[in-house]
Design a protein around this ligand. Structure first.
Ligand code: A2H
Length: 267
């Protein structure tokens, strides 16, 4: 952890149907998987959500009475950032931190139906991603395949690999959403057919990335897509259609937070 904290936006993905056997331990309150992102302006392009199958996820009560699903480590950060309920007793070693109502593995979360803010799909589902780090963000990643190479290749893996689907109990319909093209680019010209030449799918196909486990290739693709998206991207959906990403990114983040659909989070 460096000297300068990184600010993320936590996107609240509401669980639309809570398994009956969880309800007793959870009690009242909406349950949200919370995904850390650096690109809140891309949330129009969400197609699914990712968790680490062997990762451990806690269910933590927030100060507003909601339940956040995330890593223990991020819940402790949220506690210090005054977002979480916790054990108020201050022992000699300080507060004991947030208490988890329940704990599940990522695999247990696979398939949950979610309602995601700004998303063009009414319901999206939780899928596994093998490259998630439990020591970054919340351990939950929301998937925007148009702009994030990892997300594009991982979703493509689940769409195309029936043996993986079988092994991880992933239903084909959960991987069905198509990429939503949320940005266009200043240097696009229609007849050249280059409208998505800067997007993650085009770059991943060009680089022949074979699966989402190819970390080095994905790191290179990511750099490329991010720079183009931020510096020459123009919104192609939503109320800011036609405006530059650089001009609306903060506005879109602030509106999500104001509506209670996201929170600021530092680490
Ligand atoms: B980003 P940085 Cl559209 N493990 O959000 C792996 N990846 C994680 C993670 C974890 N524990 N937590 C967050 N992330 C992802 C959107 C997005 C992101 C777009 C384009 C690029 C992009 C939609 N996914 O990130 O290491 C999240 O994906 C490119 C780096 O802190 C988060 O933002 O820089 C980003 O990585 C944070 O990565």
């Amino acid at each position: 952890e460096g000297v300068n904290p990184q600010e993320y936006t936590l996107i609240k993905l509401r669980v639309k149907e809570i398994p009956a056997e969880w309800k007793e331990q959870l009690g009242d309150g909406e349950v949200y998987l919370v995904a850390a992102t650096l690109r809140p302006e891309t949330m129009y392009g969400q197609t699914n959500c990712f968790v680490l199958p062997e990762g451990e996820y806690g269910f933590f009560r927030t100060k507003k009475g909601e339940i956040f699903v995330c890593s223990q480590r991020s819940a402790l950060n949220m506690y210090y950032q005054d977002l979480m309920e916790g054990d108020e007793k201050n022992g000699p070693s300080g507060p004991n931190g947030p208490t988890s109502l329940m704990s599940k593995t990522g695999q247990d979360l696979v398939g949950l139906p979610l309602d995601a803010p700004l998303c063009q799909y009414e319901t999206i589902h939780v899928l596994p991603m093998f490259t998630i780090s439990m020591s970054k963000g919340t351990g939950v990643v929301t998937s925007v395949p148009a702009e994030a190479p990892d997300d594009y290749v991982c979703l493509r893996d689940w769409k195309t690999r029936s043996n993986w689907r079988e092994q991880y109990k992933v239903k084909e319909e959960w991987c069905a959403p198509d990429v939503v093209d949320i940005l266009t680019f200043e240097d696009d010209n229609e007849d050249a057919g280059s409208s998505d030449s800067a997007s993650a799918p085009a770059i991943c196909e060009q680089m022949k990335i074979g699966s989402h486990r190819e970390k080095d290739k994905l790191a290179a693709a990511k750099k490329d897509v991010y720079q183009k998206g931020f510096y020459s991207g123009i919104m192609n959906v939503g109320p800011y259609k036609g405006e530059k990403v650089a001009d609306v990114k903060t506005k879109i983040r602030d509106e999500l937070i104001e509506k209670g659909e996201a929170v600021a989070y530092f680490e």
